[in-house]
Design a protein. Sequence first.
Length: 230
Amino acid sequence: MAVDKTAAGAVFLSAGLSRRNTGEMSDPVMCGLCSDDDFKMRALIVEDEKRLARNIARALEEATSFAVDISTDGEDGLYMALSNPYDLIVLDLMLPKVKGLEILQNLRCKGQRTPVLILTACDTTNDIIQGLDSGGDDYLTKPFETGELIARCKALVRRSYDRPDPVISIGELSVDTVGHVVTFRGKQVVLPAMEYRLLEYLALRAGEIVSAGFHTACGDNRHYIYRGLY
């Protein structure tokens, strides 16, 4: 299906996308300033079963367009979680070097508020209570259905941005984060995949100042600052 460039442009204008420092309007996607991953949600999977970790990563990448990092031991997982701005952490409990609960408690003690979904074979009521009381935001036991895992991950990210409804409505703009459908002034607008991800990224951060230069890959030493939806 062809993209209605006029409508698509109007959607991005409604999102308040403007370039500061130059005083001119610009499409950050079309002008090539930013890479595809710059507008994806970021997830960290801390899981010592490598095949399972890869399968979860693939599911998140395909179903939700997450950019996913994997760590297979607790020591490295804790370091990555503290060193990078993730939107979601999927955390096993029975990990080598540093156990999952210790990672979780360490993150919360340091003020880390990233949503954490505990994914583990520890399935007793006491295990679940301990995991949630240690700072976990959700708890899913193995074996699990991939669809349920994905739905829980998406819900955690929406809630972390105070957007519990999967349909984000801002003025005349509506973004269905489940169906990936954009509606503007009552009409559906078809966007290329990367532009949709950019729009969803901004919609979740409505009212915030969002820097497109937060990854060095975006820049040529200039600071491109884009206003979020308001």
